[in-house]
Ligand binder design. Sequence first.
Ligand SMILES: Nc1ncnc2c1ncn2[C@@H]1O[C@H](COP(=O)(O)OP(=O)(O)O)[C@@H](O)[C@H]1O
Ligand SMILES: [Mg+2]
Length: 397
Amino acid sequence: MRVTHLSLTDFRNYAQVEVSFTPGSNLIVGRNGQGKTNLVEALGFLSTLSSHRVSNTAAMIRAGQDAGIIRARLEYNGRDILTEVQINRSGLNRAQVNRSVIKTRELTRYFSSVLFAPEDLALVRGDPSGRRRFLDQLLMLRSPRLTGVLADYDRVLRQRNTLLKSARASGSRTTQLGTLEVWDDRLVALGSEIIDERAELVRLLGDPLGTAYQAVAGEDHGPALLPLLSITGADGEDESAAGSAASATSTSTPTAASTAESARGATEDAFRRALAGLRRKEIDRGMTLVGPHRDDVVFMLNALPAKGYASHGESWSFALALKLASAELLRRDSASGDPVLILDDVFAELDLSRRRRLAAAVTGFEQVLITAAVLEDVPEELAAHTIHIHAGAVVDG
Ligand SMILES: Nc1ncnc2c1ncn2[C@@H]1O[C@H](COP(=O)(O)OP(=O)(O)O)[C@@H](O)[C@H]1O
Ligand SMILES: [Mg+2]
């Protein structure tokens, strides 16, 4: 698929801007602080309903305004689709497709993009929450149905936590524990589906990750992803468990093997056993201690966890390769063509040979949007169509 046109109203430093994109590579150039990242952030938001920079959507509304609007014309399967989201400072955001109002959550069905930015280094070096978000976003792009499953899990988790807290306050009376069992069933059903879907995704990412890492780094450091599941006793949120990541993960591979029905049953059984074993502790702490919200996936390089061992360059290559692998997976089983690949401020970080290799790796995509402060940093074959940005406006080159 591709974006043919983007309109922004009161989005970040843009009062109003109209930008047209061509198939293939589009290079967005401009000095730092002019609005390059803002432009691609808008497209990323339209695709995932989240920003790669902020969790608070109000930051994306132009200062002093009440609402920002992102509108993009997309083309795929010979169809022309107009998508729009309005981000409101107070109240819910609103979405439209072809000028009809839709549930905002449904918007992610229409536009598929993969964005890589320097912030993604945190995928390798940061907290488990970033890695969980990465996996879940990719799951939602691959199967929009899972958007509902993930949202339902969050809701059940919150309600179960509230109940655990009140059980703690009331000295865990039996009536409340009875209600807890009802929530356990929901938690296990939804949570097991998420655990198995993530495991399958991690398995599918393996090969494209290896290929992409080799393409970017020019070397094979055996990148691998190892799920760390809290239901098998390896808690991603527990710092002391992280040190023994590599050994802890081996226990989780049986449930990671496939999404077949038997595997789902095994995941649910393990989940129930873990909850039963932690009942007392959960009530004491007033929170749910196992489930996909406590899981992690360990990024391995040269048979060591990349976090804490990999060099800056290796970590960078890993994060970039992970995004390229995501794009490859999406293109492989999408009915609407390739996702739009967005590379924000990537080329300045790379030496000449890595720039060339990255250019070669992305030229096959239907559309690639690249931002750079210095035009010369980007290999010539990607600079055929340039868009110059200055102070929140498109200017002539
Ligand atoms: N909500 C907002 N309202 C107005 N300006 C904003 C808002 N958010 C960010 N900006 C401005 O946008 C500029 C940064 O744009 P950005 O796209 O990150 O630059 P770059 O071209 O370096 O990628 C800064 O000048 C910042 O002050
Ligand atoms: Mg930028």
